[in-house]
Every structure is written in structure tokens, then in C-alpha cells.
Design a protein around this ligand. Structure first.
Ligand code: DQA
Length: 142
């Protein structure tokens, strides 16, 4: 099974970025945790700060016929029509993941432009959310 784990803006700073909100694990820790938990999954990991580059990765997932995308769009979650359109344009299922509970924070974080075109959203479970999304795709592809 081939999965893309795609992270958006500022997630490259995980570990040092607002650790009280996002924890102490780095993005490399997330990657190595997923690789060791799911050795049989063929993962690609990408992080981009720019919207266009994230869109390009979603288009590539479509062309490469991946089984799924685990997507943390970061701050673009709440603003980006273009990313929503990219997710809606591909036939690869996407699960939106957030480390923090976006529904328990500022009002502007309660709305996701992207979740309505995803399979579902996992929010507030920290890095475990990525693992649960992968488990979902494994079950879905049984
Ligand atoms: C986030 C939540 C977003 O609101 C925020 O802008 C982020 C991280 C999360 O993983 O909790 O950058 O996506």
C-alpha cells in the first residue's frame, strides 16, 4: 500500500513550535514512528510551506495512483479554496489530520475548508492521529 503523508506550513518546526500546543515530537519523529509502526506501507513524506507545492503533491498522488493521503494542511485548512479544489479534483482518498483539537481553540480554527472533501478529519490526538489515519487506510484496502 502506498501512502503520502503531506504536511503544510510551519509543520517543519514541530518540536520547537508552540510545544504546549503541538508537543515535543519533530516531523522526523513522526516519520520514523510511522515507518517503524507500519513497515509494510510504502510511505512518501512531504512537507511544504507553500500552497502551490502542496497542490502539486496532491496532483502527483493522483498520477501515481496512491492508496491515500494523510494530510495536515496546517493554517491553510481554514483558508484555502485552492487546496480544497485540489483534494476534490483527485480520486485518491484524503484524511485530514490535526495534532491539536482545532475545535477547542480560536473560532477561526473551527472551520475547515478542506474537511468536507476529505473522507474524514482526525483532530486533537497529537501524533497518534497520523497513526490512526494509516490504520484507516489499511482497513479500507483489506
Ligand atoms: C494544525 C492546526 C492549524 O490550525 C494550525 O494552523 C497548524 C497546525 C494542527 O496540526 O493542529 O499549523 O493543523
Amino acid at each position: 500500500m502506498k501512502l503520502l503523508v503531506l504536511n503544510g506550513p510551519n509543520l517543519n518546526l514541530l518540536g520547537t513550535r508552540e510545544p504546549d500546543v503541538y508537543g515535543h515530537e519533530t516531523l522526523d519523529d513522526v516519520e520514523s514512528g510511522l515507518r517503524s509502526a507500519f513497515p509494510d506501507v510504502d510511505f512518501s513524506f512531504r512537507q511544504e510551506n507553500g500552497e502551490g507545492a502542496l497542490i502539486d503533491h496532491l496532483h502527483t498522488a493522483h498520477r501515481r495512483e496512491l492508496n491515500g493521503v494523510v494530510f495536515n494542511p496546517g493554517g491553510y485548512t481554514h483558508t484555502s479554496v485552492a487546496l480544497r479544489d485540489a483534494v476534490a479534483s483527485i480520486d485518491v482518498p484524503v484524511v485530514e489530520v490535526h495534532l491539536s483539537n482545532v475545535h477547542a481553540r480560536e473560532d477561526f480554527r473551527r472551520t475547515s475548508r478542506i474537511a468536507p472533501v476529505c473522507i474524514g478529519q482526525i483532530s486533537g490526538l497529537g501524533t497518534r492521529g497520523y497513526h490512526l489515519a494509516v490504520r484507516y487506510f489499511l482497513k479500507r484496502n483489506e
